[in-house]
Design a protein around this ligand. Structure first.
Ligand code: FAD
Length: 378
């Protein structure tokens, strides 16, 4: 919609083809219904891509300030929630309505619902076979998004078209997704479903300080969604369950100063259910006064909570993922126009491109910026 509106307002004749019954469904369900539509801090460092220079160039030409100015023009009230994330005060629908109104200003023609069966070169342009008949176009912009949440319209058509045109596609996989664990080793933690706490999670050289949520099958919450984008099968995760405190030291001090039980002391630093589970797993006497426990045991307990190493076995998959990692290789596209070097007139924008944002409004900013770049260039 961003691309169609910009191109239309520049006087181009644009047809927007959408196969789903409703347009902008991902916007509607985003941000808990309030759409985290951008992040004021967005920069190339918040994206995973093979060529950060490419991402930087596209992002620099349409910034969070540009999108926020558009939002203000439509008098959509918003607020900053956490680490630069901007959300609508009202509803995501306001963003969809704004983009639709921008399309109307550009006299965009809506072909919806309309399924594209094939795209082929015809002369210097393209021929599209659709269930509404054949269409000719000078340029085709592919904005089919990623594979998450298939039930609201996601499809792999953009990736298939890229491959058909001999463009390299970085293997797609779910990102910003909860992680799962083998049933047996997870058994002691399954009862913690619903427990949340702030942690530091690390995988390789990447780490995030965010909230973690225990689920029946594994871990979720912003910390896990963020790190999942950096996790490859077989990688271990490292978790510090109390990043704000040196727990070994805190337990040592408590041993000298406190008459409380081990569980009560730990409960000052961790959610009680987690503290209980942890103490049971370490076969420590939860109800004994902390003063009666050996220094070495307390030190080991602190260390285990500060450096929990665990091995996810998988993810919750496309059904639960918020974005796709991978997609059309940026090396195939011109950074100013996102046009395929090998197929003049064919452009790719948004999530179908191998640029994946962190959690926090970055993925929409990429969609707006890449859509705007192409709208300005066609
Ligand atoms: C639950 C959830 C919450 C999210 N929350 C946020 C958030 O708060 N902030 C943020 O920045 N990002 C968020 N995201 C990610 C964000 O929604 C996407 O990155 C963004 O929508 C990508 O935009 P896009 O235009 O590339 O693709 P999409 O928004 O996915 O749009 C692609 C469109 O193409 C249509 N389509 C697909 N295949 C075909 C075909 N063959 N023919 C015709 N039409 C087709 C689809 O029906 C869809 O309407 C969230 C994602 C999910 C799943």
């Amino acid at each position: 919609m961003m691309c169609a509106a910009v191109a239309g307002q520049r006087g181009r004749r644009v047809a927007l083809i959408e196969h789903a019954a409703r347009v902008g469904e991902k916007i509607r369900i985003s941000g808990g219904g309030r759409c985290n539509f951008t992040n004021v801090l967005a920069g190339p460092q918040h994206f995973i891509s093979r060529q950060l220079g490419f991402t930087r160039e596209v992002l620099s030409r349409y910034t969070p300030r540009d999108f926020t100015a558009l939002v203000r023009r439509y008098r959509i009230a918003y607020h900053e929630k956490h680490k630069g994330q901007l959300f609508c005060d009202g509803s995501s629908q306001q963003i969809i309505d704004m983009l639709r109104a921008e399309c109307e200003l550009g006299r965009v023609q809506w072909l919806q619902p309309c399924v594209v069966h094939g795209v082929s070169r015809e002369g210097s342009g393209f021929r599209l076979e659709t269930d509404r008949g054949a269409l000719q176009a000078r340029r085709v912009v592919v904005a089919t998004g990623g594979l998450p949440v298939p039930k609201i319209g996601a499809s792999d058509y953009g990736l298939r078209l890229a491959r058909q045109m001999d463009l390299l596609v970085v293997a797609p996989r779910p990102a910003l997704v909860p992680l799962t664990f083998a049933a047996e080793p997870w058994k002691p933690f399954a009862g913690l479903a619903g427990v949340a706490l702030e942690v530091r999670v690390a995988c390789g050289a990447q780490h995030f300080d965010e909230d973690l949520l225990f689920t029946h099958r594994g871990l979720s919450g912003p910390a896990i969604l963020q790190i999942s984008s950096f996790w490859d099968s077989g990688d271990p995760l490292r978790l510090d369950l109390s990043p704000a405190h040196d727990l070994g030291e805190a337990l040592r001090v408590a041993k000298v100063q406190s008459r409380q039980s081990l569980l009560n002391v730990l409960g000052q630093f961790l959610p009680r259910r987690l503290a209980q589970t942890w103490v049971e797993m370490q076969q420590l006497p939860a109800d004994r006064r902390i003063a009666e426990l050996a220094d070495a045991k307390l030190k080991a307990l602190g260390a285990s909570l500060g450096a929990w190493s665990l091995q996810p076995t998988g993810t919750e998959g496309w059904r639960k993922a918020e974005v796709m990692r991978g997609g059309v290789d940026t090396a195939e596209l011109h950074p100013a126009t996102l046009e395929a070097h090998k197929v003049p007139g064919l452009h790719f924008i948004g999530e179908v491109v191998d640029v994946t944002g962190w959690l926090g409004g970055y993925n929409f900013q990429w969609a707006w910026a890449s859509g705007h770049a192409v709208g300005m260039s066609v």
